[in-house]
Design a protein around this ligand. Sequence first.
Ligand SMILES: Cc1cc2nc3c(=O)[nH]c(=O)nc-3n(C[C@H](O)[C@H](O)[C@H](O)COP(=O)(O)OP(=O)(O)OC[C@H]3O[C@@H](n4cnc5c(N)ncnc54)[C@H](O)[C@@H]3O)c2cc1C
Ligand code: SF4
Length: 313
Amino acid sequence: MIYARKILKACGLFADTDVKTICRAAVISRKSGDQRAKKLMRVSEEQALREEFERLKEELIVPPCVAACPAGVDAPRYVRALKAGRFDEAVAVIREKIPFPFVCADACFAPCEDACAYKQFGDSIAIRALKRAAVDRGKDTWKSNKKMAEPTGKSVAIIGAGPAGLTAAYYLVTLGHRVTVYDGFESPGGTMRYGIPNFRLPKDRLEKDIQVILELGVDFKAKTVIGKDLPFRALKEQSHAVFIACGAVGSIRVPVEGAEKENVLWGWDFLKDVSLGKRFDFQGDVLVIGGGNVALDAARTARRLGADTVTIV
Ligand SMILES: Cc1cc2nc3c(=O)[nH]c(=O)nc-3n(C[C@H](O)[C@H](O)[C@H](O)COP(=O)(O)OP(=O)(O)OC[C@H]3O[C@@H](n4cnc5c(N)ncnc54)[C@H](O)[C@@H]3O)c2cc1C
Ligand code: SF4
């Protein structure tokens, strides 16, 4: 320590400081490419400081996968917990950032894997598949550590029960607010329920995530279209705040000749109808126009519903 302080003083950083601060300086210096980092690193690698340095290194340097995850899920931490067989802990780590671990385990595009540092040695780590292992095998011990704030007496109305609306509901209710979510559909979930096909996101798994949110005390008002069944003005008057999370449901129609014919279906509408149990009996060839999520889900669904061939253009 005396040696460490001497060097720090020579670096003009800290004259009299503790182990934690020395390590913090070392990590920050390294991260910012500071020339003093080398010296500080040497200091930090002294036996007495090593442990603290390692811990802080993890805390202060954001790994690329965490930076790439839109929710900032700490993938390295839950992968480590899984490696050690601590499934419950892995679930708790995931839940620190997202209230939809089951959904993300099945349907997230996993930008974390694109950014994975392991790619330089070959393949990236299968972060999303590992999330599935965590949620399938982990128990709900995280619930006993979940902190709910005291009631604030404030109420929030949320329009739309898709992932945006329900995530907002989850955090707002945790902060002690009274939350009511309104949706035109009969069940909550938005596109997760009515757009993404069951073979890609099984509804029983979606239900598990939604149930947790509702159990926290979020009130769900089904079949209530704001602006039709209930005026927006009424909602504003009843609540302290309104969060609009109405997504972009519905198909964009292209004005081309023949588009309104009976055998022309529209992506989102088709997938929604399938989710709602409408029967389709495809025969012959199906042509899908478009190449995004909706097109691919529509193509795979059409094939499952009996199409002989499906061509995507
Ligand atoms: C077919 C398909 C596949 C997809 N696959 C993936 C995937 O694999 N991974 C991924 O990450 N993303 C995927 N997406 C995109 C993803 O589903 C959306 O980004 C996400 O659902 C947007 O969430 P949201 O909450 O904003 O809106 P939505 O999920 O669209 O929910 C909006 C909700 O608001 C309700 N609403 C709208 N207006 C009103 C009103 N006036 N009153 C009451 N309620 C109202 C609607 O009924 C709906 O339930 C896919 C999208 C589609 C269409
Ligand atoms: S799978 Fe999705 S939610 Fe999970 S860590 Fe990767 S980007 Fe984040």
